[in-house]
Design a protein around this ligand. Structure first.
Ligand code: NAD
Ligand code: UD1
Length: 332
């Protein structure tokens, strides 16, 4: 049975749907609900028939986690649980290291105790740091510029070391580029509390009239229109990548490191224009100074995922914006 940590969150909930669509009839979810709501579980059940065993558990709580493993025959963990806000990680580094690193260590200790040998881990394009040139390939050196990014670099290292020590361990380190969009049903998506830090949730709040205008962080980069370029990937494509990665690691022990991106970059203004087109809403914006720490351009070399997993992203930028808007209209 598969355990999904952070399964009530944005990417976790979409991955639960894809796992169920791929044939999993029963799944275990652990989430402390620090950044999600339990009602997501009902939404998932509306999309796909699946039995979900939910435990409101913090993965740092070793006893509670141990109990979940004792009650369920878990052979695979898909590990999303973690904190992810870059700015907050600079303000609260200890919290980030504690939650993300200790959480992962507790999870691995518990997996070890119960003989669970498969782990899919949510890493990030942030591990390519500022020292590499896009398109990023998986063999480039990793680094970070903020505590959140360092937690990803460190967790990857911990998992590589654990796999080196145990030849039966099967690990996938999935480096996500910029996930946006929502399930086409409009039932699950991303709706952060407060003022969003990331581009798409911010645009959604402007479109819904909850925020007045978008602040575009810089239009003097060396890019097509001067605004930052990113590799945006539909969250449903990303979720499907987890199913493919799971199929792969079942046959290949050791560590798989793979980018999940489209291999194509779009600018902030490309996103604004496409969102306006599909939603019929105007997205007013102003140009602000660059955001400290932002890279001009970030996109994946997506060859390895295609070659090893047979996976490529299928959905278009129109799909990403249309699905984000549908979720916004129904939920914000
Ligand atoms: P999310 O915040 O929506 O989901 C994370 C979930 O984990 C939440 O439901 C939260 O309540 C839960 N959680 C956090 N700490 C926990 C703990 N100690 N114990 C139990 N549950 C806990 O975030 P997401 O966007 O779905 O991201 C999932 C993973 O992917 C994270 O590890 C994130 O760092 C990584 N990632 C996300 C992005 C992105 O742009 N969204 C990009 C790269 C990597
Ligand atoms: C951010 C994180 C990164 C993390 C990723 C997950 C920062 C600095 N980086 O990446 O570590 O892995 O999320 O998806 O937070 N933008 C605006 N106005 C806004 C918000 C964003 O112009 O209000 C621009 C940014 O300058 C950037 C692009 O939109 O060019 C995308 O930004 P965002 O969605 O925050 O993602 P990243 O910065 O790529």
């Amino acid at each position: 049975m598969i355990l999904v940590t952070g399964g009530c969150g944005y990417i976790g909930s979409h991955t639960v749907v894809e796992l169920a669509k791929a044939g999993e009839k029963e799944l275990v979810i652990v989430d402390n609900l620090s950044n999600a709501k339990e009602e997501v579980l009902d939404r998932i059940r509306q999309i796909v028939p699946v039995r979900l065993h939910f435990y409101r558990v913090d993965i740092r709580d070793e006893e509670a986690l141990d109990n979940v493993f004792s009650l369920n025959p878990i052979d695979t963990v898909v590990h999303f649980a973690g904190l992810k806000a870059v700015g907050e990680s600079v303000q609260k580094p200890v919290l980030y290291y504690e939650n993300n690193i200790s959480g992962t260590l507790h999870l691995m200790k518990t997996m070890q105790k119960h003989g669970c040998k498969r782990m899919i881990f949510s890493s990030s394009a942030t591990v390519y740091g500022p020292g590499n040139e896009p398109p990023y390939t998986e063999d480039m050196p990793t680094s970070a510029t903020n505590p959140y990014g360092w937690t990803k670099v460190m967790q990857e290292q911990i998992l590589r070391d654990a796999a080196a020590a145990d030849p039966q361990l099967c690990v996938a380190l999935l480096r996500y580029f910029n996930p946006i969009g929502a399930h086409e049903s409009g039932l699950i998506g991303e709706n952060p509390n407060g003022i969003p830090n990331n581009l798409m949730p911010y645009i959604c709040k402007v479109a819904a009239g909850k925020l007045e205008k978008l602040h575009v962080f810089g239009n003097d980069y060396d890019t097509c229109d001067g605004t930052g370029v990113r590799d945006y990937i539909h969250v449903v494509d990303l979720a499907a990548g987890h199913v493919q990665a799971l199929n792969y690691i079942q046959k290949h022990p050791g560590v798989l490191t793979v980018n999940l991106g489209t291999g194509r970059g779009f600018s902030v203004l490309d996103i604004v224009k496409t969102y306006e087109k599909v939603s019929g809403r105007k997205i007013p914006y102003v140009i602000d100074p660059r955001r400290p720490g932002d890279l001009p351009i970030c996109y994946a070399n997506a060859d390895r995922a295609r070659e090893l997993l047979g996976w490529t992203a299928k959905k278009t930028l129109e799909d990403m914006c249309a699905d984000s808007w549908r979720f916004t209209e129904r939920n914000l």
